[in-house]
Design a protein around this ligand. Structure first.
Ligand code: ADP
Length: 278
């Protein structure tokens, strides 16, 4: 079941920049889908279409089989189903206290106060930020801000969470905390769509990958399908995951008998090497 779908989306910014040139994209319920592409490829522009912040020049967005309608009530409905976490948490966090920030969405939905309180507590618990309720968001670290921004979206209980470059700018621990959190949310049934230019991370967490380049989807499939077409990857100014690159060098330069497809993660490489050594 396609929970969200972009059908032939074109979008031209008012200054004439053609950012999206006929994008077809979907996520099945419960999937983790990564949109992988270099800077300027159109990832943020596409994401802003998923809950109607941008309206396509042509094409349509389908949510749960229904075409997104851009009336006020249609947009409210879309935004309850699809939560977007922006790349920069400073674009999302503006209340003076963490708990007020997380409460903003549910209060706006008109929920009763005790329900809002419960949702705020629940969301902060899920992202590991209980105890930070009274802190001003601007005093938090980058990773903490990101987690509070995610809590603010979680508190609205969306079916789909869309995250624009969720690990960019974070240190390795902050990034792995976010990835673990997203993994847990997905285990609980949330559909997750992530944009990234990080080819090392994408195969670790995604069921399916789309490669976007210059406003067009140029490849899609499982991580191993997508990365088996090295020419397309390089043509999009991306590269193989480092671990795959290492195995490629060992095979081509040192004649070690590895078979393609190359492993994309440390786990896959370990299995392959152990088999090889036996
Ligand atoms: P990505 O998220 O993959 O880095 P973007 O969606 O931000 O890519 O940008 C896609 C293209 O649209 C780029 O050429 C970018 O310069 C252009 N663009 C983005 N935002 C605007 C804007 N507000 N006005 C005009 N052009 C824009």
């Amino acid at each position: 079941m396609r929970i969200i779908e972009a059908v032939d989306i074109r979008y031209t910014y008012p200054d004439g920049t053609e950012a999206l040139r006929g994008i077809n994209f979907h996520a099945e319920r419960g999937e983790v889908v990564a949109l992988l592409g270099p800077n300027g490829a159109g990832k943020s522009t596409l994401f802003l279409h998923f809950n109607g912040i941008l309206q396509p020049t042509s094409g349509k967005i389908m949510i749960d089989g229904e075409e997104l309608d851009y009336s006020k009530s249609g947009l409210i409905k879309a935004r309850q189903k699809v939560g977007i976490v922006f790349q920069n948490p400073d674009d999302q966090l503006f209340a003076p206290r963490v708990d007020e920030d997380v409460a903003f969405g549910p209060l706006n939905m008109g929920l009763p106060e005790d329900e809002v309180e419960e949702r705020v507590r629940d969301a902060l618990h899920k992202v590991g930020m209980l105890g930070y309720e009274s802190k001003p968001p601007h005093h938090l670290s980058g990773g903490e801000k990101k987690r509070v921004a995610i809590a603010g979206i979680l508190a609205m209980k969306p079916d789909i969470m869309v995250l624009d470059e969720p690990t960019s700018g974070l240190d390795p621990r902050g990034a792995s905390q976010i990835l673990r959190l997203l993994h847990n949310l997905n285990e609980e049934g949330m559909t997750i769509i992530i944009s990234t230019h990080d080819v090392d991370l994408a195969p670790l967490y995604s069921d399916r990958i789309y490669i976007i380049s210059d406003g067009e989807i140029i490849s899609t499939g499982t991580p191993s399908e997508v990365f088996s077409d090295i020419d397309t990857i390089r043509g999009a100014n991306l590269r193989l995951p480092r671990i795959a690159h290492l195995v490629e060098i060992l095979q081509k330069e040192d004649d070690l008998p590895f078979e393609e497809p190359y492993p994309l993660t440390i786990g896959e490489a370990r299995r392959k090497l152990r088999n090889q050594l036996r």
